[in-house]
Design a protein around this ligand. Structure first.
Ligand code: NDP
Length: 279
């Protein structure tokens, strides 16, 4: 029997956990598929996708740095991909290439797992204005938080992002500012969607940002306590989470789109955590 082929494409790609995650989803659900990692040259994304599709590929996950190129490539896309302006999931069908963005839904599902209350009515602070922040905005706004504040090192980018998304949720107080402007404010959920943790740094935040019982969430994963999470711990924040759950949840959302079945993520996440702890 020939297996349906899927792949994750990026540059670099050897570090990707997606093949292991999808192999486990397939085993668990009994779906007959293969999933590989494809390294595309920085100027060769389109060609690599086309080659994989012509060879019978059914779908792909897209990772750094190709999510914007993937958005430009697709013939049709989901509203959440259009809002994000970025695509992390491709599905190849008879009527062309469909693009989706499952990062935001993955973030949301993992936040819900980590938070002991609904997001509705919460004061959310989203740090960063890059691709990850863009992907998270629409799903977060749909939860009807009391407020959503976008803060970024380059303040103009935060303002532009807030302006682009305000019409999606006119009843949510959506504002934008720089890190220093956060002085004196408090939040129930603080999400680090900056790339600072990749450089082993934390965004330069004023003290006292966390309300009682707040959650500190870093989208970065695989580095143990990031400087952002360590700073939150020093501020007395007891609810802290990294982005490993988001990674597994966004993968599950892609799997659902391709195969019509939602895998159980809890066991896969636990196994991945054990594996990372042993490395
Ligand atoms: P981008 O490169 O698109 O965005 C970078 C953002 O980080 C910008 O807002 C930039 O600010 C800010 N930034 C970079 N360095 C610093 C710093 N030292 N201090 C403060 N702000 C900084 O990256 P992505 O949005 O794609 O990724 C962001 C993070 O999210 C990464 O850590 C990535 O690993 C993680 N991620 C996790 C996923 C998961 O499944 N868990 C999925 C996707 C992303 P400025 O505009 O001023 O340059």
């Amino acid at each position: 029997m020939t297996l349906d082929r899927y792949a994750v494409i990026g540059n670099p790609i050897s570090h990707s956990r997606s093949p292991a995650i999808h192999a486990e989803f397939a085993r668990q659900t009994g779906e007959q598929l293969s999933y590989e990692a494809l390294l595309a040259p920085l100027d060769g994304f389109r060609d690599a996708v086309e080659r994989f599709r012509r060879a019978g590929g059914r779908g792909m996950n897209v990772t750094v740095p190709f999510k914007l190129e993937a958005f430009a490539l697709v013939e049709r896309c989901s509203p959440r991909a259009r809002a994000a302006g970025a695509v992390n999931t491709l599905a190849f069908g008879p009527d062309g290439i469909f693009g989706d963005n499952t990062d935001g839904a993955g973030l949301l599902r993992d936040l819900v797992h980590n938070l002991d209350r609904p997001l509705e009515g919460q004061r959310i602070l989203l740090l960063g204005a890059g691709g990850a922040a863009r992907g998270g905005l629409l799903p977060l706004l749909a939860e009807r938080p009391a407020s959503l504040t976008l803060a970024n090192r380059s303040v103009a980018k935060a303002h532009a992002l807030a302006a682009a998304f305000r019409s999606h949720a006119p009843d949510v107080a959506l504002d934008a500012c720089g890190f220093i402007d956060l002085t004196g404010r408090a939040f129930d959920v603080v999400i680090n969607a900056t790339a600072a943790s990749l450089a082993n740094e934390a965004p330069q935040l004023p003290p006292g940002l966390y309300a009682a019982n707040a959650l500190a969430y870093d989208m970065m994963y695989g580095r143990g306590d990031t400087p952002f999470l360590a700073a939150a711990r020093n501020d007395g924040v007891t609810q802290r989470a990294d982005g490993l759950g988001m990674l597994v949840e966004q993968a599950a959302e892609s799997f659902l789109l391709w195969r019509g079945v939602r895998p159980d993520t809890a066991a896969v996440l636990a196994a991945l955590r054990r594996q990372l702890a042993g490395e």
